[in-house]
Design a protein around this ligand. Structure first.
Ligand SMILES: Nc1ncnc2c1ncn2[C@@H]1O[C@H](COP(=O)(O)OP(=O)(O)O)[C@@H](O)[C@H]1O
Ligand SMILES: Cc1ncc(COP(=O)(O)O)c(C=O)c1O
Length: 317
């Protein structure tokens, strides 16, 4: 076999599906495919559109259906070897626990499988899953070897059990996270709103890689004047690509990968915003942007090599 031909990486993505719009698997699949991944897509729910719209219809998969597809089908009968498993929204605590147990075993049996876990719990102080999922995620993070976890600010607060409002809290939060969940190697906390940066209208995105250093790093991102659904699912998928796809010769550090992924996400959100402004009827002043314009952003997704959003700042633990 010609060793210069790169192998195509395989990921199993376990997330929600919407027929219209781009959240969950709809936000992850196209970007991953466009960046060269073979994506096996397991949809945990099938909704007409995401629940941020006033109405939606659809159905949820039962725990038994989800378990059977992975255990009997993908792993059992087909014996597929994945490079990564990406887990996101699961419809109830039982499905979350069972699916996590299956993924944990997949990673234990095969060291090559890397688990990227997005602990989908809620946003802006509001849970959008059963409260029992909080302790379920805490147990999963304590007991499983996980490559990367991507909580938002609220989810990180729930996982470490303290409010995070300042850079000092970020430092303490990461320390607590590492004490509580030593088997999790990398953490990226997306869109932190911190007291130090409230004036400048900035988000902070912070990361820590326990395998590399004792430094927390963070990027400041100017806020676009809108809210987006699916941006969390998008950043998680793009981090999976950047950290595990082996673009270029050397494996990148988490901090380098995050800088490039933030360039991609910011470019996609800005283009989505610009297209929305161009499409808007004058009476639609609310900038609650429901659907990412992922297809219109395909040229952005294809950029290689990727620029970085800037240089990270660091905090010593
Ligand atoms: N209004 C915004 N302006 C600029 N960037 C944004 C905005 N909303 C989201 N993002 C980007 O999307 C990423 C993920 O969004 P976030 O809101 O943290 O995810 P979640 O949907 O999981 O809460 C952030 O790290 C940030 O880069
Ligand atoms: C079922 C489901 N999956 C995924 C998402 C997207 O989450 P995020 O905006 O955190 O990426 C939503 C948000 O509305 C959702 O309802």
């Amino acid at each position: 076999m010609n060793s210069t031909i790169p192998t195509t990486r395989k990921v199993l993505s376990i997330q929600s599906h919407v027929i219209h719009g781009y959240v969950g698997n709809k936000a992850a699949t196209f970007p991953l495919q466009y960046r060269g991944w073979d994506v096996d897509v397991l949809n945990t729910v099938q909704f007409s559109n995401h629940p941020g719209y006033p109405h939606f219809t659809g159905f949820k998969c039962s725990t038994e259906e989800l378990v059977e597809i992975v255990e009997k089908g993908l792993v059992g009968a087909l014996g597929i070897k994945y490079d990564a498993v990406l887990s996101g929204y699961l419809p109830n605590v039982q499905a979350l626990q069972k699916m996590a147990e299956i993924v944990r075993q997949m990673c234990e049996k095969d060291n090559n499988v890397q688990w990227v876990l997005d602990p989908v719990l809620g946003d802006n102080g509001k849970l959008y899953v059963d409260a029992k999922c909080v302790t379920a995620y805490q147990d999963i993070l304590q007991n499983s070897k996980i490559f990367l976890v991507t909580p938002n600010q609220f989810e990180m607060e729930l996982l470490v059990g303290m409010p995070i409002r300042s850079l000092h809290d970020v430092k303490r939060g990461f320390e607590l996270f590492h004490e509580k969940y030593p088997r999790v190697t990398r953490v990226v906390v997306t869109s932190l709103e911190l007291s130090e940066f409230s004036e400048g209208n900035m988000y902070v995105v912070a990361g820590f890689d326990s395998s590399l250093s004792d430094e927390i790093f963070f990027y400041r991102i100017p806020k676009i004047n809108a809210t987006f659904s699916g941006s969390g699912d998008l950043i998680c998928a793009l981090l999976t690509d950047s950290l595990l796809n082996g673009h270029g010769c050397t494996q990148q550090s988490l901090s380098q990968s995050l800088g490039q992924v933030l360039w991609l996400v910011t470019s996609i959100l800005q283009k989505t915003y610009d297209l929305n402004v161009a499409d808007q009827h004058p009476q639609d002043s609310s900038m609650n942007i429901k659907d990412l314009k992922l297809i219109q952003c395909r040229d952005i997704l294809k950029r290689d090599p990727l620029p970085s959003i800037g240089k990270p700042e660091t905090i010593k633990i």
